[in-house]
Design a protein around this ligand. Structure first.
Ligand code: ARG
Length: 457
């Protein structure tokens, strides 16, 4: 146990398997640059406060920068015996610069150190994820603008409901993603608080200056309670929740893309680059990318539940359980970024089939509500109009017809309030463009919403 940074009170070496079992270096080495950045700020503050000599600070900063370079060049040997990224770096520093290196951990604990590292890491990732969201929003707006005249059926219960603009459908996802971005930026605010200075749990006996460290590391605030500082992982949980909601959105979109690319729907063509073939069926072009994103939603939900369960019932303050926070967090970051990136490209390259969509938009009695609204404009109460049109639809079903095929004489079997002007009221285009209130699918309305979303980008 002589090589351990905490070996003093031990007489026997750590069991080899225990060493492996308790180590986190294999996954927390990701935090190397945050760990070094945090240590440089901490050492700088220690020197400024006269807690350690300034020559030591110079040696520490130089040594840490060299270690950073070595890690980035792949020249650093990570040791499982040294457990985690914090002790790997500190031990290497002391091996390099001696005494001075051993002063770095003054007034600090791995408990506040790791809390700092994760916050620094997540802070950057949150900003990147917000940018990835913007890229996907941009692809959706591109599709909306390119296909402003394309009409499709809108569904409820996956049954044809009313015609809508394809662009309106794209803008529905823009709204969801804008909320996702808002949640990420909100999580950023609570992540962006400096926990360093909490020590192991109770604070420190040294005259540290936490506000100065916060300034060096660009944190607008410092945490206010040392126990909470080292036992709080709410920011990680908030991120995993926001990520789960985001993945839920992508999985709904995936499901629609999968349906829309079936030979039954044929609404869209995903580009070949985002699909794969079958080893046996020569005709196949499978929408693997949306399927996989739909599937990956499961692991992101799993990560949220894993982290919630790790934190559940933990007594204050730090517990080793909390080392289990990193893998779910990292996996969520990777999965969300990967999914957003691939979606942004896939949506941009997607080809829509306007004729097929229009055909479907006019089928399935999609304009039945428009006939009812027409009767209301002629003075009939809505409930009565609903009944009249219901009977007309029944007639169509019995005679294997659809609404556009009914003659004026047939319409008048159901109500004499119906005139020849009915035909203009029940085209797909009229149906869409009649929905002009804020949030509706009318073309002028959708155009305005695209412009609004563009202005926000
Ligand atoms: N590797 C540890 C973690 O990720 C660092 C903090 C360890 N602190 C401790 N007292 N064992 O949680």
């Amino acid at each position: 146990s002589k090589d351990k940074l905490w070996g003093g009170r031990f007489t026997q070496p750590t069991d080899k398997f225990v060493e492996e079992f308790t180590a986190s270096i294999n996954f927390d080495k990701r935090l190397y640059s945050q760990d070094i950045r945090g240590s440089i700020a901490h050492a700088t503050m220690l020197g400024r406060q006269g807690i350690i000599p300034t020559e030591d600070v110079t040696a520490i900063v130089g040594g840490l920068k060299e270690i950073l370079r070595q890690i980035e060049a792949g020249e650093f040997d990570f040791s499982v015996a040294l457990e985690d990224i914090h002790m790997n770096i500190e031990a290497r520093l002391s091996a390099k610069i001696g005494e001075a290196g051993k002063r770095l951990h003054t007034g600090r604990s791995r408990n506040d150190q790791v809390a700092l590292d994760i916050r620094l890491y997540l802070r950057d990732e949150l900003q990147e994820i917000a940018e990835y969201l913007d890229r996907l929003i941009d692809s959706l707006l591109f599709q909306a603008e390119e296909n402003l005249d394309v009409m499709m059926p809108g569904f409820t219960h996956l049954q044809t409901a009313q015609p809508i603009l394809f662009a309106h459908h794209m803008l529905a996802y823009v709204e969801m993603l804008k909320r996702d971005k808002g949640r990420m930026l909100d999580c950023y605010k609570r992540t962006n608080v400096l926990p360093l200075g909490a020590g192991a749990l109770a604070g420190t006996t040294f005259p540290i200056d936490r506000e100065y460290v916060a300034e060096l590391l660009d944190f607008p605030e410092v945490t206010r309670n040392s126990l909470d500082s080292v036992s709080d992982r709410d920011f990680g949980l908030e991120f995993c929740s926001a990520a789960s909601i985001l993945m839920m959105h992508l999985s709904r979109f995936s499901e629609e893309l999968i349906l829309w690319s079936t030979s039954e729907f044929k609404f869209v063509d995903l580009s070949d680059g985002f699909c794969t073939g079958s080893s046996i069926m020569p005709q196949k072009k499978n929408p693997d990318v949306p399927e996989l994103v739909r599937g990956k939603t499961g692991r992101v939900y799993g990560n949220l539940i894993a982290l919630l369960t790790v934190m559940k019932s933990l007594p204050l303050a730090y517990n080793k359980d909390m080392q289990e926070d990193k893998e779910p967090l990292f996996d969520t970051i990777d999965t969300v970024k990967g999914s957003l990136k691939i979606f942004a490209d896939m949506i941009r390259e997607m080809k829509v089939r306007p004729e097929r969509m229009l055909e479907a938009a006019g089928a399935g009695f999609s304009t039945a509500t428009d006939v009812a609204d027409y009767l209301v404009r002629k003075g009939m109460p809505f409930r009565d109009a609903h009944e009249v049109v219901g009977k007309a639809v029944r007639y169509c079903v019995d005679n294997d017809m659809d609404i556009p095929e009914l003659s004026l004489a047939e319409w008048q079997l159901f109500s004499l309030m119906i005139d020849a002007d009915i035909f203009d009221a029940i085209t797909v285009e009229a149906s869409v463009n009649a929905r002009k209130a804020t949030g509706g699918t009318a073309k002028e309305r959708v155009k305005a919403e695209i412009a609004r979303a563009r202005a926000e980008q």
